[in-house]
Design a binder for this molecule. Structure first.
Ligand SMILES: [Zn+2]
Length: 157
């Protein structure tokens, strides 16, 4: 199965809305933040920074992203149109993440573990992993996201 390394950060805007941001690597977060590409899903503020917390793991399904785009601390429920817009934005974001990964093929589990242990520099990678490899990565606290077929541009070529 095709997978990619995933970092999930709790982000916070200047108005203290808290939401999840998904990134291929910590560097991806840094560069997106530096370029002002991050915005709060509630108020659209670009004053977004990382809330300090442990990365969340075991994200196993694309549906989680739709939820992730919904702010956990929002006091007002967004209307349906806004939700659809956020979901579309979330899918675009995931596509972009996938496109910006380096494909390491069957070496994925190995590579992800070496990055996790600091043996090699962390970067955004994708590749293939067996169910057993995925289980072992999850057990070691290494975030991995399955790449759904419909989001895999390379496979369509
Ligand atoms: Zn906000």
């Amino acid at each position: 199965m095709e997978v990619m390394a995933l970092k999930v950060f709790d982000l916070q805007c200047e108005q203290n809305h808290v939401f999840e941001g998904w990134f291929g690597s910590a560097d991806n977060y840094e560069s997106q933040q530096a370029r002002g590409l991050l915005s709060c899903p509630v108020c659209n503020s670009h004053q977004v920074s990382k809330k300090l917390s442990a990365p969340r793991l075991n994200v196993s399904h694309i549906k989680a992203q739709a939820q992730a785009a919904q702010p956990s601390a929002a006091k007002t429920a967004p209307d349906a149109g806004r939700v659809a817009q956020m979901q579309a934005e979330a899918l675009r974001h995931i596509r972009r993440m996938i496109r910006n990964t380096e494909n390491v093929g069957v070496r994925f589990a190995d590579e992800a573990r070496r990055m996790h242990e600091g043996e090699v520099e962390e970067r955004a990678i994708r590749g293939t992993a067996t169910p057993q490899e995925r289980e072992e990565l999850a057990r070691d606290g290494i975030g991995v996201m399955p790449i759904p077929d419909f989001l895999d541009d390379e496979r369509l070529q």
